[in-house]
Write a protein that binds this ligand. Structure first.
Ligand SMILES: [Zn+2]
Length: 83
């Protein structure tokens, strides 16, 4: 039907996937102390977005989830709701 989908798919492969931690000039690890960056993965209610929305690969989505949970435990991020 529409040809947009095919073009999008091509761009996807040219960029080497959508995962920001797999990108060439990406930070090598997900840092739980980097709160400003971790907040981009969360809704205003403090929920972690799913992998499809973030575009992360499975490996790095697990790392992000771990980092968010660690940051919550340390009090750097909220568990739920607005602070
Ligand atoms: Zn990745």
């Amino acid at each position: 039907m529409s040809s947009d989908y095919g073009r999008e798919k091509q761009d996807f492969h040219l960029n080497g996937g959508r995962c920001r931690y797999c990108a060439k000039n990406a930070p090598p690890t997900v840092d739980y102390k980097d709160v400003n960056n971790l907040q981009k993965f969360m809704s205003p209610q403090g929920k972690l977005f799913d992998r499809k929305r973030l575009g992360n690969c499975a490996k790095h989505q697990r790392a992000v989830a771990r980092a968010v949970k660690r940051a919550r435990f340390l009090g750097l991020l909220r568990y739920s709701g607005k602070q």
